[in-house]
Structures are given as C-alpha cells and as structure tokens.
Design a protein around this ligand. Structure first.
Ligand code: ATP
Ligand code: MG
Length: 268
C-alpha cells in the first residue's frame, strides 16, 4: 500500500491507496507511537513517504525504510491532484495558503511553488486563545461554540464608530477586533461570542496578509487549505467573504488539509 504522511505541528495526516480509492486518516502528532502502531497494524506492506515538520520524529520511530520529501513540494503536488479530481480548474499563477498550526503562503507557477510569506496567526492561535480566554481545549467544542457566537458583542465595526455619519469605507468592516470595550464592560460576552471573535480575527488577518502577495504576483485564485478549516464554517465564511470583497477568488478543496499527505503518497 502506498502511504503518504504529513506529520505537522498538531496533526499527522495520512493518505493511502486501497483498491484504487484514496483513504484519509488524521491523528494527533503528539502521539507518534500510535501513528506508527496504526500504520503497521492497519496497512499491509506499507510503502511510506513522509513529509512535514515532524517527519524526522516519525521516521525515527518507524523502523522500516521510508522516503521523505520537502513539505511545500508535496503540498503543491497534492493540491494539483485534488483540484484535478474535483474538477476545480486552477489557473497559474495561483496562491495557496496553508492554515495549519501556523500559516504559510505560497505562489505556484509552472507547477513550482515559492514561499512568499507566512504568519504565526493560524489554527494554533485559535486553540491557544480559546484556552486562555474560555478554558476550553476541545477543538470540536471550540468551533461549535464559535459558530453560534455573536461578534457584535466583542468586535467594533466601522459603523459603530461612524454613528450616523457616512463612513469612507464599508461600515461592515471590522474597525477594531475585540475593540468593543464599553459594551463588554457593561455586558460580559459569552464564551461563544469570544470564540467567534477570535475566529473572525484569525480569518481577517490571514486574508489581509495574503492580499498584497496576490496583487504582487497578479494572482486571482487563492487556495485555502489546512485542518484549521475543518468543521469550521465560520472561519471558512470569514475568509471567503473577505477574499471576495477584495476581488479575489477563494477556493476550498475537499480534503485540502490532506494535500501534503496526498503529494507524498503520489511521489512513491
Ligand atoms: P503545521 O503545518 O503548522 O506544522 P499542522 O500540519 O499540524 O501544522 P493542520 O493539521 O493543517 O496543521 O492544522 C492544525 C489546526 O487544525 C489546529 O491548530 C486546529 O485549529 C485545527 N484542528 C482541526 N481538527 C483538529 C483536531 N481534531 N484536534 C486539534 N486541532 C484540530
Ligand atoms: Mg501542516
């Protein structure tokens, strides 16, 4: 069995081929022992290619031979494969933005990627700030609550400042993330509201730092990948709306968080 593994900072993504179809599995990177056990017990005769920041850690535990691959190239290959199979036409140059534990931005031209930037604001930021502000650690619980929160109890919009006066920019834009201090002093926001605002801030930062790169490289399509979008409709919507508002085309691939693993699997 051909197996591609992307061992990331938070999650280890596994893609493998059985009977012509691809299967996907993800496990916490903190438990490499489990990953190695899973590989040897679930898959017969695995032929492994590993990528991602924790590749070394994994290959050390994996006693059999394994190929390794540069993560960014694996991801590019995986994105092209997934887009192709989902009838999603990608026009070069395009950008991909990998929102993992942290965020990494890349431009792809002639099938080759170049990393143009990144940010420490990513999925790990959601987990960390959620933990600090609400004490909640569970990812599913965080995204579910965030989905029901009201950012209006926490974030200051442009129209909140320009009361009655015509503002020079859209009143719906965020003027200040977490800036609604007066309201918050009078009425403490719910955990759901706080989590919605954290999610919104992360989405807005990601788009804001990506747009100048899109302009510089004359790119229209922005492919957003990474497990941070998993089950997280609010993050997806925030990123999507803001990208469209800035006149670029957002693309979310199904199983996009497995791009690196798929690319590694295809390189065997
Ligand atoms: P990096 O690429 O930065 O090394 P990574 O590859 O591990 O990290 P991803 O797997 O793409 O990163 O995304 C990790 C993020 O996905 C987490 O920070 C969290 O926001 C989100 N996430 C989705 N599902 C889970 C889960 N089951 N447990 C924890 N985090 C999850
Ligand atoms: Mg990753």
């Amino acid at each position: 069995t051909k197996v591609g593994i992307d061992a990331g900072g938070t999650l280890t993504k596994i893609a493998y081929q059985t009977n012509g179809s691809i299967r996907y599995q993800s496990v916490p990177s903190a438990d490499m022992e489990y990953t190695v056990e899973w590989l040897s017990s679930q898959l017969d005769n695995p032929d492994v290619c590993v990528t991602g920041g924790k590749s070394e850690l994994l290959t050390k535990k994996w006693q059999a031979p394994a190929k390794t691959m540069v993560e960014f190239d694996a991801t590019t290959k995986g994105i092209e494969f997934l887009a192709n199979h989902q009838d999603q036409a990608l026009v070069e140059p395009f950008l991909f933005v990998n929102v993992g534990t942290g965020t990494s931005i890349h431009v792809v031209n002639d099938g080759k990627q170049e990393r143009t930037g990144g940010s420490g604001i990513g999925g790990g930021t959601l987990m960390g700030l959620a933990q600090l502000t609400t004490g909640i650690h569970d990812y599913k619980q965080i995204v579910q609550l965030a989905g029901n929160g009201n950012r209006g109890n926490v974030d200051l919009k442009v129209k909140d400042i320009f009361e009655g006066t015509l503002s020079p920019i859209s009143g719906d834009l965020t003027a200040s993330n977490f800036g609604k201090t007066e309201k918050m002093a009078a009425y403490a926001p719910e955990n759901a509201d706080i989590l919605a605002s954290i999610t919104g801030m992360i989405g807005e930062v990601i788009v804001s730092i990506t747009i100048p790169t899109a302009m510089q490289y004359n790119v229209d399509q922005m492919v957003y990948i990474g497990s941070s979008f998993r089950m997280n409709r609010l993050l997806r919507e925030t990123v999507s709306k803001y990208t469209i508002m800035l006149e670029k085309t957002p693309i979310f691939l199904e199983k996009g968080e497995y791009s690196g693993a798929v690319g590694a699997m295809l390189s065997i």
